[in-house]
Design a protein around this ligand. Sequence first.
Ligand code: ADP
Ligand code: ADP
Length: 575
Amino acid sequence: MDKVKLIPPYGGKLVNLIVPPEEVEELKAYASRLPSIQVSERVVCDLEIMATGGFSPLDRFMGEEDYHMVLEEMRLANGYVFPIPITLPVEPGSDIKLDQDIAIRNAKNELLAVMTVEEIYEWSRDDMAQKVFGTLDLRHPLVAEMSRWGRLNISGGLRVISLPKHYDFQELRLTPAQTRQRLEEAGHENVVAFQTRNPMHRVHEELTKRATESVDGTLLLHPVVGMTKPGDVDYFTRVRTYKALVRRYYNPGRVVLSLLPLAMRMAGPREAVWHMIIRRNYGANHLIVGRDHAGPGKDSAGKPFYGPYDAQKLAEKYSDEIGVKIIPFTMLVYLPDEDRYEEVTKVREGTRAASISGTQVREEYLGNGRKLPEWFTRPEVAEILSESYPPRHKQGVCIWFTGLSGAGKSTTAEVLTYLLMEHGRQVTLLDGDVVRTHLSKGLGFSKEDRDTNIRRIGFVAAEIVRHEGTAVCAAVSPYEATRNDVRRMVGADRFVEVFVDTPLEVCEQRDHKGLYAKARRGEIKGFTGIDDPYEPPFNPEIRLDTINHTPEENARIILDYLVKKGFVRRPEDEG
Ligand code: ADP
Ligand code: ADP
């Protein structure tokens, strides 16, 4: 195989937008007097890569000419291939004016850069969606996100004061120049980049090793840690798997692990070409491009947005010009009888082959606390994944009781709490009446105060659930919209709404606190069910009848539901 030199067509010089250290203080003082804009996480990611030269030769958020050329011809105005528009959208009406400097800040208001505004222009969401993503379908995550972007783009020279700060995995956050340096030290002319947004299993290990060997090169393991597809495995977990693999299973002289703070666009074929340019800048001259590279999944009609090999085809087309050769991601399968991986096309018919899909990993294995087999993933990786994705009976859950005062929420919640603890769950009971003596002390019963009360309980419940605990909440929570907010805060798949459906007459008859009598006499105003509405849930997970069932029977109905959903282990499954 002929060797490609490690120099991109524009001479390989990396763009550097970072101001020299001796100018930082002065520029900071100047910037503090400027009008400023706060930019999105995506823009911050773009800025970080651009500032250090990862998008070279691009040195600014695109101006109008670049923007249109990129849409129409996948090129910058100067002729270099560039497939993805990198823009800084803002809302009109802000104090952004032509030929003036503005400070660019992140969501936390930290100063990142100063831009001299040289262009302000309109852009069209539909035009960009159609040309770059080939669709207007809102199922495409970027098309959906773009609806929220500002209507004007701004562009101009950038002076970067500070790169976004990262406190995690600092030793792996390498700039293009640092990555090139490491690759150079490894000493092999060829460099094969592997782009990934998923945990790495044996098949990926096998594939990257074969690719690297085929060109006698170094592997640049280059996972994306900026923004990926919503719902992906979080990068903390992923990076732990990459580190474990590099430490134990790769030849140290043949691999460089570097984290890429890229905000992916899920643009399939165009994204593959973009990845080639980026990896070129980081020092690679080969890129592994798989089936459905950077694919966003299926559209609203259930069809994949891009064909499985569209990305490989487009990448091939620009390969020479960019100077990156494509190594197609061959489909490998595991042959249990021979204990090895082989390319699908080389497997003789009738040979036993094994594979596990991503869904199976999550549902059949991790969800049930089953260990992933060693032929599929290295034990270190299996361990990290099982820590991040514990089985359901170790995941958090919130049981939310709602119903009129006196319906039986507290009574039933108390019984349930004991049953859950008997079954090995750690429970926090958040009872409305009790919460109102501390967390929500001072709040009354106006609509606003009640919403605040419920949101506070919801916030605490969400934190408990996030830390894998069980939150049992019992408050009247009379308003549907607020209960739905809480459901979202906690996470819909971890939220069990229990409607204690006791009719008003029965609650009023019970009146164990004497409040209904007071409300009827007008001594309490805005009492739920009397002169303030109770909006019953439309579709609660569980509805309880307290007339024909005792609190204990009802608590067992809830427990059975939780067992069925896997949140509580059946006693017979325990050790
Ligand atoms: P809430 O928390 O909904 O305001 P409580 O649980 O404090 O209601 O009060 C319910 C009252 O009704 C208690 O006095 C309880 O003993 C009585 N009660 C009678 N039957 C039931 C039942 N099947 N379930 C729950 N409570 C019942
Ligand atoms: P909410 O969801 O409305 O904030 P909580 O469960 O926190 O309800 O508090 C409701 C409890 O407070 C009732 O069970 C009742 O004992 C008492 N209470 C006092 N005033 C009212 C009122 N105006 N409406 C409903 N409950 C009230």
